[in-house]
Write a protein that binds this ligand. Structure first.
Ligand SMILES: [Zn+2]
Length: 91
């Protein structure tokens, strides 16, 4: 496995990420300190993920930068995050 950002092979296991779907192994790149998981998917958000997103959203002050963080945590494209957050803001 290589780091998604810098392509380094210096990857270490870094605990688990807990999602609505369950636990997934998380890794950390020791070169650039990026965290990622082995099975990143670019699917549309399921309702449970949207709920998870909105929960996280409430815990953060809204900043544009946070969207990429949410995308990273939920492992979807940032566009999916933006779509759902915008939709939520229209309410
Ligand atoms: Zn890296």
């Amino acid at each position: 496995m290589n780091c998604r950002r810098c392509k380094s092979k210096r990857i270490v296991k870094a605990g688990y990420k807990v999602l609505s779907k369950g636990k997934i192994q998380r890794y950390k790149c020791t070169e650039c300190n990026k965290y990622f998981t082995g099975d990143e998917k670019y699917h549309r958000l399921e309702q449970s993920d949207i709920n998870c997103l909105l929960e996280m959203y409430k815990d953060y002050d809204y900043q544009r930068g946070d969207q990429s963080l949410f995308a990273e945590i939920l492992e979807v494209k940032i566009r999916a995050i933006q779509y759902h957050l915008n939709k939520e803001q229209e309410k």
